[in-house]
Design a protein around this ligand. Structure first.
Ligand code: GDP
Length: 407
């Protein structure tokens, strides 16, 4: 899987907004779309995973990999609690983008503001998903306004709902200018685009104008096409939207009801289209231990290896499962590795990729990706792993500005 096809994302929400339901829907749709290959049974039975499996699809890992279209999405568990703990900060540090889930009834609650500010601190590009459109009291446009007022973000609906509460029927996709209909016979796992009904055309055009107006501030090409009354190509809209989402000058807003299987697949498409790939940030700062100076590592597989351990889970059989986000280079199963913080040499016995209901053994993990290392004894969260000949420490990094350009 090429690095440009990876998305490391978190799903952030205040409690009860629907983070769990949305995540489960994502795993359901991605599981359906991807036929799992060889499943490695492994000699080590992971009891905690088996228990979870019996309860159905759910997230049990600190990072769960799934596949949507031709991309690999690593969902990093972002703790829901609101205090500024090292754990929350560390999970925000290792992800490249996030989906912020809001309740269409509750809107922006004080807790959401805290989570939002944490993500601001780490400059995490985001999409918003306004969930629970089927609930009594759901009001999409009010929540969009609240996001602007309370979070000081620039929400930009790229869809609007058709109806609300029990009358919530579908969405209008403002980029394609089509209605989105879910297929109820398929548990909503597929959707189709239809022509917009006459009675909704004014509403759709008004919000489409808003979309083009906001985007034209960032693109002369869009402005010129608009002024000349010409069609604005979909891929131009999408590429400006992607750039400005990554720059965090725009927050694309999606809408749906995860409980009713509505609107989650377009969010998956949005993750791929608008949230950054690991390589959208070109370099990462690290402390070169021997020279005692800050250096820049290229976030490519050709660079010296570096990875941050962001979570450790204990397994009865396998011992420590160390979740690592690799920033540069490559780590191989069965090879030695340096823990730069502990100044100790360790060994990567096995490398695992965690899925929602199984794990698979992999031979290597490269820049931009996430995996579990089995076999390290001294590692703690926050430690950097690297090669012995090139010891670096990634902790205490500031996040650089993303460097991307519209194609
Ligand atoms: P979390 O605390 O953010 O993980 O929220 P959950 O996913 O556990 O959802 C909280 C409650 O809201 C549960 O009772 C869900 O069934 C319910 N819920 C989640 N999504 C929706 C939705 O789209 N519509 C409605 N009506 N209820 C929902």
């Amino acid at each position: 899987m090429g690095i440009q096809k990876i998305r490391n994302i978190g799903i952030m929400a205040h409690i009860d907004a629907g983070k769990t339901t949305t995540t489960e829907r994502i795993l359901f749709y991605t599981g359906k779309s991807h036929r799992i290959g060889e499943v490695d049974d492994g000699s080590a039975t992971m009891d905690w995973m088996e228990q979870e499996q019996n309860r159905g699809i759910t997230i049990v890992s600190a990072a769960t990999t799934c596949f949507w279209k031709d991309c690999q999405i690593n969902i990093i568990d972002t703790p829901g609690h609101v205090d500024f703990t090292a754990e929350v900060e560390r999970s925000l540090r290792v992800l490249d983008g996030a989906v912020a889930v809001f309740c269409a009834v509750g809107g922006v609650e004080p807790q959401s503001e805290t989570v939002w500010r944490q993500a601001d601190k780490y400059k995490v590009p985001r999409l918003a998903f306004i969930n629970k459109m089927d609930r009594i009291g759901a009001n999409f446009f009010e929540v969009v306004q609240e996001i602007e007022d309370k979070l000081k973000a620039s929400p930009l609906p790229i869809q609007i709902p058709i109806g609300s509460e029990s009358d919530y029927k579908g969405n209008i996709d403002l980029i394609k200018l089509k209605e989105i209909h879910w297929n109820p016979d398929d548990q909503g796992s597929t959707f189709e685009l239809k022509e917009i009904r006459d009675d909704l055309k004014d509403l759709a055009n008004k919000w489409r104008e808003n979309l083009i107006d906001k985007l034209s501030a960032f693109s002369d090409e869009i402005t010129n096409l608009y002024l000349e009354g010409l069609d604005i190509p979909e891929d131009l809209i999408m590429s400006v939207l992607r750039q400005e989402t990554i720059n965090q000058s725009i927050l694309p807003v999606f809408v749906g009801s995860s409980l009713k299987n509505k609107g989650v697949q377009p969010v998956l498409d949005g993750i791929i289209s608008y949230l950054p790939a690991p390589e959208d940030i070109k370099e990462i700062e690290a402390l070169h231990v021997k020279k005692d100076e800050t250096i820049l590592l290229q976030r490519t597989v050709k660079e010296n290896p570096s990875g941050l351990i962001f979570k450790i889970q204990q397994d009865k059989e396998a011992g420590s499962l160390c979740y690592v986000r690799v920033y540069s280079g490559e780590f191989k199963s069965g090879s030695p590795v340096m823990n730069a913080n502990k100044r100790k040499r360790e060994r990567i016995n096995r490398l695992l990729r965690m899925h929602s209901n199984h794990h698979e053994q992999i031979n290597s993990v490269s820049a931009g990706d996430i995996a579990v290392i089995v076999g390290m004894k001294m590692a703690q969260t926050g430690d950097t792993i690297c090669s012995e000949g090139f010891p670096v420490i990634l902790e205490n990094l500031e996040f650089p500005e993303p460097v991307i350009s519209v194609a």
